[in-house]
Design a protein around this ligand. Structure first.
Ligand code: ADP
Ligand code: MG
Length: 568
């Protein structure tokens, strides 16, 4: 049979293991939640793959997770009959971190334990959390559909507080799925108790859809202690949280469920849960996280909506259920109408899905509008984490453009700080008498925007100007020409016409000046030649002697600079 092999962990894994043990120690309970979460994911994956290949069930379609313990061996065991892993998968998933953003994660570590623990949490490093309580972990697994002789055993023992290598070997394994045995560290014996483990399961994993089984215990009169029987009992509720009535779900239930579907250690920022009835029937439970995942800017990153049909899991990352600009949303959609054997290809075409997506989009935008209105502190957290992503929606989602525009927040000359807190509605409410347009300036950085000479006249007149310096802003503004009937106007474009804001006096003076400096202007024009379109006398400037402006029809200068930088 196949030899056993000793392999080195990827450097990042080593680093991570070290951190886990040192930073998450006070949070040791999460190991069980993470292992159960993985077991549940493995059951979901099997169900999904079995849509095309029912033989993967091997005649055993009842999926379950089992938790057990052995006092004398000092072990805790978590097992499932889900998809399992092949030898290659074991090496790929348990020896390396395949996630994008790994580098970034490590570069952000500070050495401050509390902060780092938070980062580890965000990164979601479920499996390795086993080493918080165990100094040796043994995984035995077989992938659904492979021969019994193609089972795999993986083992890693820590010496001291660090591990550099692990062992894999091919073994016989009749059972499909994965079994994880934790050999507890010396001071963890209190976990070897049915009462303790049941408590942790109910606390962290009650919402898991598959039953989590433990052996029933009973009081042994002779021994004077609880002993386990041969009978199974289900410890969790094993029901679909989203299918329950809202009144029967506590805040904590919602939060615990989020940690599982969102693969996040942190609590969600906000959520929306509703059942839609009518022509299409579906339930949606959608969460907005508190912080951006490390792969937010990776367009291939997995998308966070799980699709169910009548409470049966269909697929993860159903990207069709959410527009790209809401890719940070996590949660569940459960449809009553789709066929159970729906595939990704069918989803691409499905009109039902389009309706569901429109409904989900509306819900999320509504949730955000509600936050913006009623909980500005939370909205500020949201905007910081996801504002730049949401902005993409202005150009991508025509139907909701006005709603999205209402959710945008900008820095402005009013506070003159980089904090993005000004909405277009706030701006309009503060407009000067006679002001008809929303003025903005775009630049490469906040400071460049703030110090733009184009602002001089506006500062002098006390007119607020939005300061845009995010990379996407120029693009966003290109798609947003007006809001609430007011057009948006770059202060750096065209012959600035301040309309009703101009006073007669100034106009006359400007005309006079233009006349006076005619010769100078002519001389400048001829000496600059092709390099400029025009030279004008302006009353825009109060301190600077001159500035460059783009013509009304030309692209903004910042965009021009970006295109040039991109080699166009
Ligand atoms: P995540 O769950 O966020 O992907 P984890 O560290 O928890 O990260 O798990 C890493 C990977 O190991 C999983 O994505 C999965 O491929 C594999 N894995 C872990 N536990 C199991 C299991 N019980 N059955 C099958 N695969 C598993
Ligand atoms: Mg996991």
């Amino acid at each position: 049979t196949e030899k056993s092999q000793t392999l080195n962990f990827q450097a990042e894994v080593k680093q991570l293991l070290h951190l886990m043990i040192h930073s998450l120690y006070s949070n040791r309970e999460i190991f069980l939640r993470e292992l159960i979460s993985n077991a549940s994911d493995a059951c979901d994956k099997l169900r999904f793959e079995a849509l095309d290949k029912p033989e993967l069930f091997e005649g055993q379609g009842e999926l379950a997770i089992r938790v057990g313990f052995d006092k004398s061996a000092r072990t805790i065991t978590v097992s499932d009959n889900g998809i399992g892993m092949s030898r290659d998968e074991v090496i790929a998933h348990l020896g390396t971190i395949a996630k994008s953003g790994t580098r970034e994660f490590f570069s952000q570590l500070t050495g401050d334990q509390r902060k780092d623990a938070n980062l580890i949490g965000q990164f979601g490093v479920g499996f390795y959390s086993a080493f918080i309580v165990a100094d040796k972990v043994t995984v035995t697994t077989r992938r659904a559909g492979l021969n019994e002789s193609e089972g795999v055993r993986w083992e890693c023992a820590m010496s001291g507080d660090a591990a550099g290598e692990y062992m894999v070997e091919t073994v016989e394994r009749p059972l499909r799925g994965t079994e994880i045995v934790l050999h507890l560290r010396e001071d963890q014996d209190d976990l070897l108790s049915g009462w303790q483990l049941r408590g942790l399961i109910r606390k962290y994993s009650d919402h898991i859809v598959q039953p989590i089984l433990m052996k029933k215990e009973e009081w042994d009169q002779d021994k004077g202690e609880q002993v386990t029987t041969e009978e199974d009992e289900t410890v969790n509720q094993a029901s679909a949280l989203w299918a329950k009535s809202k009144n029967d779900i506590s805040e904590d239930d919602y939060k615990a469920f989020y940690k599982h579907v969102g693969h996040d250690f942190d609590e969600p920022l906000a959520w929306t849960h509703s059942r839609v009835e009518g022509r299409h029937e579906y339930t949606q439970l959608l969460y907005v996280p508190k912080h951006a995942p490390f792969d937010l800017w990776d367009r291939n990153a997995r998308h966070g909506i799980k699709l169910y049909v009548k409470r049966v899991f269909i697929m993860d990352d159903a990207e069709k259920l959410m527009p790209t600009y809401l890719r940070f949303v996590r949660g569940v959609v459960d449809s009553a109408d789709l066929p159970l054997n729906v595939s990704r290809e069918i989803l691409q075409e499905s009109k039902d899905i389009e309706t569901i997506r429109a409904g989900c989009t509306k819900k999320v935008l509504g949730l955000l509008a509600d936050l913006a209105e009623n909980d500005q502190e939370k909205y500020a957290i949201f905007w910081k984490a996801f504002g730049s992503v949401l902005k993409e929606g202005v150009g991508e989602d025509f139907a909701n453009k006005e709603k999205i525009a209402g959710l945008l927040r900008f820095a402005s000359t009013r506070a003159d700080t980089a904090d993005e807190t000004v909405s277009l509605a706030d701006y309009i409410a503060r407009m000067k008498e006679g002001q008809e347009k929303i003025y903005y300036v775009t630049a490469e950085s906040f400071n460049a925007a703030k110090n733009s000479p184009h602002l001089e006249i506006f500062r002098k007149k006390g007119i607020e100007v939005l300061l845009l310096s995010d990379r996407v802003d120029e693009w966003v503004i290109g798609h947003l020409t007006e809001f609430d009937g007011k057009s948006l106007q770059s202060v750096a474009k065209g012959g600035l016409d301040l309309g009703g804001l101009e006073d007669e006096e100034e106009k006359k003076e400007a005309e006079k000046a233009a006349d006076e400096f005619k010769d100078l202007v002519e001389r400048m024009k001829s000496s600059l030649g092709d390099r400029v379109k025009d030279v004008r006398v302006t009353h825009r400037l109060t301190d600077s002697p001159a500035c460059l402006v783009a013509d009304e029809q030309d692209m903004g200068m910042n965009l021009a600079r970006m295109l040039k930088a991109a080699g166009q």
